[in-house]
Structure formats: structure tokens, C-alpha cells
Design a protein around this ligand. Structure first.
Ligand code: NAP
Length: 338
């Protein structure tokens, strides 16, 4: 029998406003053994995503809420330490919904093998994982960017936004990023090759965007919602496409969320606004992964991860996303790769 100890964060109460440590119970129990068709995974890295905040709320969404007393849901990368399924071997490195814990017992059919030789493992949780696929399908399927058009993306230095801007550049667009602070703005222009950046914490967003997008905004990839969405709506070009990917400025809002006030700009400009959830593209993930990996291999897709050490930091590390304290894809390192 295994003597592996499994530290877990279980949801204790539904957060009101910003998520807190006291919303979780931090417990240790034996890791257990996989049953037929299952694998036991030693978690190495955990993905911290803004969506986690929504998963803690009761009510209907695109996925069931995490139940009170359940291990907090999270994507992760880990190593298989026991397997009762012929398709997955001990020693394989896999991605899956591991949860916020040291060890996860998962159906073998739900894990995906990743190659540790091709990229650093945290990248499979960022540009080469769910956020990269979100950028790929949201921008290309809904935004349909054409060469010469102006594309604007918010949370531009983050996991999704950084990939959006680089794909838009690959497609021949003019790209303007919106990010918080001079370091992130310099990063998207100097390192990622965006044409311009707007520091929403310092600048008048609408005035700055009007300067950088003199012919109007053809495609807006919205990660933040709120006031920034309204500023962009005021500057749409004819036949613009607005992609609603996320609204992080509203996730901790305990009141009614702030919706778009400038939506009549859609009418005036014959524009379209469409939301999406990346999971609906699951059947096309191989296509997206191939494209992202290809661009990365050609040096056209750069990525940055913000790796925080220690499972025990989970609730505090999650808060970084909502304070803009992460720089790149936010990941917790749970254990050495060995
Ligand atoms: P991220 O951008 O790596 O991190 C979040 C960033 O959001 C922060 O670093 C911060 O950057 C910015 N932010 C936080 N609070 C803000 C506020 N009040 N106003 C403006 N910006 C704020 O996170 P990510 O994983 O790439 O996710 C980005 C968005 O995509 C989120 O809304 C997420 O929910 C969404 N998403 C959607 C899907 C889907 O299927 N639809 C899938 C994945 C992610 P600054 O320092 O620049 O403020």
C-alpha cells in the first residue's frame, strides 16, 4: 500500500468578493491507489486561472461549480507514478485536471501526454496549453483578423493576451496591447513585437487607443470587461468583431457586474460581439496545438511563465491574478521534476 501523503485544498465556503485563504480547508490524507482504467499522478505544476474564481460560485455556468468540501479544481502537469491502464505508463508526463493537491487519481482517458523535451513543463499550462488554445480559437475563429487590420487586446502581457497579440502579428495586423504598468507595456512591444501598448493604470485609455488606432479598431479581444470594454467600443471600425473571452475586472465584484454601456456602437458600425469558451473547441485542439507548437519552434511565439514555489501558497498566489501581480502565465510549482 502507498504511504504517499496528499496535501489538498478543499473549498470550505463560497467566496464573497476576493478569494481568501479562509475559503479553503488545507488537509493531508493518503494519496490512495488507482482503480482499473485509472492513473495516479504526482502533480508537478498547477495552473492558476482567473476562471477559478467563477468555478467557486454557485449557479449555472459552462461547467458545474466546485462543491463545498471538494478538492479545488485546477489544471496541472504531473508524472504518472502508478497506472492501471495500458495506454499510460509509469513515468509518463501528463496534463489533466489534477486539482489543487499533491497527487491526483484520474481516469487515464482524461489525461494528455506531453513531451518534456520539447518545452519547459509550465509552458504546457500556458502558451502551449489551454490559454494558448483560447487565444488561437477566439482570435482566429471569431475575430477573423485580416492583414492590415487593427487588433486590440487587453490583459496583453498575460497568458492569453500575449498569444493573441503574437498571432495577430503573424497574420499581418497592427496590434495594440492594453496592460497595467510600464514593465508589461514595454514587454509586449519590445519582446513580443506589438506595435504599441497602452498603460491603463496611467493613461486615458480611450484617448491613447484613438492615437494608436487612427482608423478605428477592427478586432478587440476582451479579457477584462468593465470600463476598458466601453473605451474600445467607442472606437470600433465598421464591421468590427469584439471577442468576449473574459471579464477579469468583474470577477470579484460582489454587486451586479458592470455591463457595456457603449453597445450601440455595435449598431452604428454594423459590428459583432461574440463570447466563447475554449472547451467547446475540444475536437479541434490538435489543430490548435500543432499551430502553436509550430510558431513556437520558429521563434514566432514567445512565452513567459510566472512560477511560484509551493502548493501551500495556493490561495495567496491565486490573488495575484486579480491584482495584476503575475507577469506571464501564473503557475505553482508543487514538486521537483526529478
Ligand atoms: P492573465 O492575463 O495571465 O492574468 C490576469 C491579468 O488580468 C492580470 O495579470 C492583470 O494584468 C489583468 N487584470 C486583473 N485585474 C484587472 C482589472 N481590474 N482590470 C484590467 N486588467 C486586470 O490571465 P489569463 O489566464 O490570460 O486570462 C485572461 C482572461 O481570459 C481572463 O478574463 C480569463 O477569465 C479569460 N479566459 C477565458 C477563457 C475562455 O475559454 N473564454 C479561457 C481562458 C481564459 P495587468 O497587470 O495588465 O492589469
Amino acid at each position: 500500500m502507498s504511504t504517499r501523503e496528499n496535501r489538498q485544498f478543499k473549498l470550505k465556503s463560497r467566496p464573497v468578493g476576493m478569494v481568501k485563504r479562509s475559503d479553503f480547508e488545507y488537509v493531508t490524507s493518503p494519496a490512495g491507489e488507482p482503480g482499473p482504467g485509472e492513473v495516479l499522478v504526482r502533480v508537478l505544476y498547477l495552473s492558476l486561472d482567473p476562471a477559478m474564481r467563477g468555478w467557486m460560485n454557485a449557479g449555472r455556468s459552462y461547467i458545474a461549480p466546485v462543491g463545498i468540501g471538494e478538492v479545488m479544481r485546477a489544471g496541472g502537469i504531473g508524472r504518472v507514478v502508478a497506472s492501471k491502464d495500458a495506454s499510460v505508463a509509469v513515468g509518463d508526463t501528463v496534463a489533466g485536471m489534477t486539482g489543487v493537491q499533491d497527487y491526483a487519481i484520474l481516469p487515464a482517458s482524461t489525461v494528455t501526454k506531453v513531451d518534456p523535451r520539447l518545452a519547459p513543463l509550465p509552458r504546457y499550462l500556458g502558451a502551449l496549453g489551454m490559454p494558448g488554445l483560447t487565444a488561437y480559437f477566439g482570435l482566429l475563429d471569431i475575430g477573423k483578423p485580416q492583414a492590415g487590420e487593427t487588433v486590440v487586446v487587453s490583459a496583453a502581457a498575460g497568458a492569453v493576451g500575449a498569444v493573441v497579440g503574437q498571432i495577430a502579428k503573424i497574420k499581418g495586423c497592427r496590434v495594440v496591447g492594453i496592460a497595467g504598468g510600464p514593465e508589461k507595456c514595454a514587454y509586449v512591444v519590445d519582446e513580443l513585437g506589438f506595435d504599441a501598448a497602452v498603460d491603463y493604470k496611467k493613461e486615458d485609455v480611450q484617448a491613447a487607443l484613438a492615437k494608436h488606432a487612427p482608423k478605428g479598431i477592427d478586432v478587440y479581444f476582451d479579457n477584462v470587461g468593465g470600463a476598458i470594454l466601453d473605451s474600445v467600443l467607442a472606437l470600433l471600425a465598421m464591421r468590427a468583431r469584439v471577442i468576449i473571452c473574459g471579464a477579469i475586472s468583474q470577477y470579484n465584484n460582489p454587486e451586479l457586474i458592470q455591463g457595456p454601456r457603449n453597445y450601440l456602437s455595435l449598431l452604428v458600425n454594423h459590428a459583432l460581439m461574440e463570447g466563447f469558451v475554449v472547451f467547446h473547441y475540444a475536437a479541434r485542439y490538435p489543430e490548435g496545438m500543432q499551430a502553436l507548437a509550430g510558431w513556437a519552434a520558429q521563434g514566432k511565439l514567445k512565452a513567459r511563465e510566472d512560477v511560484v514555489e509551493g502548493l501551500e501558497t495556493f490561495p495567496d498566489t491565486l490573488q495575484k491574478l486579480f491584482r495584476g501581480e503575475n507577469f506571464g502565465k501564473l503557475v505553482i510549482k508543487v514538486a521537483d521534476e526529478g
